[in-house]
Design a protein around this ligand. Structure first.
Ligand SMILES: [Cu+2]
Length: 228
């Protein structure tokens, strides 16, 4: 009798541990290290004769994930001085079928992207972006820092795709947090409701052809967009 009881308790403890690990992995996939940035409402805007709700987002890319931004928020709560990071958020929320205008200040160094496709803007309004106020359709593929590349999760909006590149900091290899920023502004029309992921397609990590380390650690060069 005692043996059966202990056997049952062991199985129960095992089940609780497995469930805890499962919940841990699940929340690791979805947790926003610094909360989700809800897009700010900015009235309406007309694109090609159609009026949309207009919202805005903003973020920066820093050469070091350690320390704080000028507003006091940590660059990345996980810290890691040798890794670059998007900051202060890696999760965003925008309304469906609306015009999303993004203000991105890029402070990191970079280099040659392995596929020039990602040095061009794709899926933005008019296929354009502005870099320091100048309208362009991409950046120099030999002088690129990061990309903000958005896809939907399977079963959501399979044709949705946005790719925006940013050039290296004006300080080049001497990039420093919050210094030498390149200002990239762009707009895109959000897709249908659902979860979208974004990531950087510039191989800014180590190993695996530059796609290891920071590139394969959730939250520095990747995140989610909740379209609601
Ligand atoms: Cu990157």
């Amino acid at each position: 009798m005692k043996k059966v009881l202990w056997g049952g308790i062991t199985v129960l403890i095992g089940a609780i541990l497995i469930a805890a690990v499962g919940v841990g992995f699940h929340s690791q996939q979805y947790v926003a290290p610094a909360g989700t940035q809800v897009a700010k409402s900015d009235g309406t805007v007309t694109v090609n004769g159609k009026t949309y709700q207009h919202v805005t987002l903003d973020f920066v890319t820093e050469p070091s994930a350690a320390g704080n931004l000028p507003n006091g928020k940590p660059v990345h709560p996980g810290g890691n001085p040798s890794w670059p990071a998007y900051a202060p958020n890696n999760q965003f929320q925008v309304p469906a079928n609306s015009v999303v205008t993004v203000h991105w200040v890029q402070y990191d160094s970079g280099g040659v992207v392995n596929n020039p496709f990602f040095a061009k803007a794709h899926g933005t309004i008019g296929g354009k972006i502005t870099v320091n106020g100048k309208v362009v359709d991409g950046v120099d593929p030999g002088d690129m820092a990061h990309s903000f590349t958005v896809r939907s999760l399977p079963g959501v909006d399979s044709n949705f795709f946005v790719n925006v590149p940013a050039p290296v900091s004006k300080l080049g290899d001497n990039a420093e947090n919050d210094k030498g920023g390149q200002v990239v502004d762009f707009s895109f029309i959000s897709g249908t409701k659902g979860l979208y992921s974004w990531n950087c397609e510039f191989p800014c990590g180590m190993s695996v052809g530059g796609f290891g380390a920071v590139m394969s650690s959730y939250g520095y060069m990747s995140g989610y967009i909740h379209v609601v």
